[in-house]
Design a protein around this ligand. Sequence first.
Ligand code: GCO
Length: 256
Amino acid sequence: MAARSLFDLSGQIALITGSSQGLGLALARGLGQAGASLVLNGRCEAKLAAAAELLRSEGLRVTTAAFDVTQGGAVEQAVAKVEAEFGPISVLVNNAGIHRRAPLEEMSETQWREVIDTTLTSAFLVARHVAPRMIARRAGKIINTCSVMSEVGRPTTGNYAAAKGGLKMLTRAMATEWARHNVQINAIGPGYFATELTAPLVQNPKFNDWICARTPAARWGKPEELVGAAIFLASAASDFVNGQILYVDGGLLAAI
Ligand code: GCO
């Protein structure tokens, strides 16, 4: 296979959870530009429809699947519907995640559970219903959106760090069980990117100065800069890569 075609996603169908905005939308756009047909997911049908319309206007093949990734029954039904109506899901990006920032001693049980359910349990639930289909076909790519917070914490993000740390180990657990079926499961680990999730931080001059000093690249990442890692992990170029986290963090984790 010519080296360049290793990264061609033509013929692939990619389901990206949490893709009506932010990094999920950027990842969907990139996978679509690399040839994949896209299934966008979110809970809000209106936001999903707007995102799908935007990507279609850019010439991409897009459908939507509005379901709550924290509800197993809804996930099971949605995966069956997508495969029946759109085709076999060959790439799954578990990207859904939320923040509920608070000091641990002030954090409510709801703030804890919402973040764990949406950011970690969702990846189990969606993969639980997609993976058996990939196993039966002996082909599939699963990409979990981890974070530099899979490795390090920051005050007020204990729930999110616990979720992303768990997602790192869930990625490895999936690889140990499913690699034998020719399913590759890896993760991307974003550093600090300017999105809706981090908007309060970007708009905070003190935090902005701190993160630009803390990151060797001395800047925030641009969502489109995450796409190359996702295309690699979604393509034939990574057929013997499993259980790995590819950090796209401007060098943050390399520096004290
Ligand atoms: C924060 C940020 C981080 C980023 C990202 C870093 O509150 O420190 O929101 O959690 O969102 O996860 O990889």
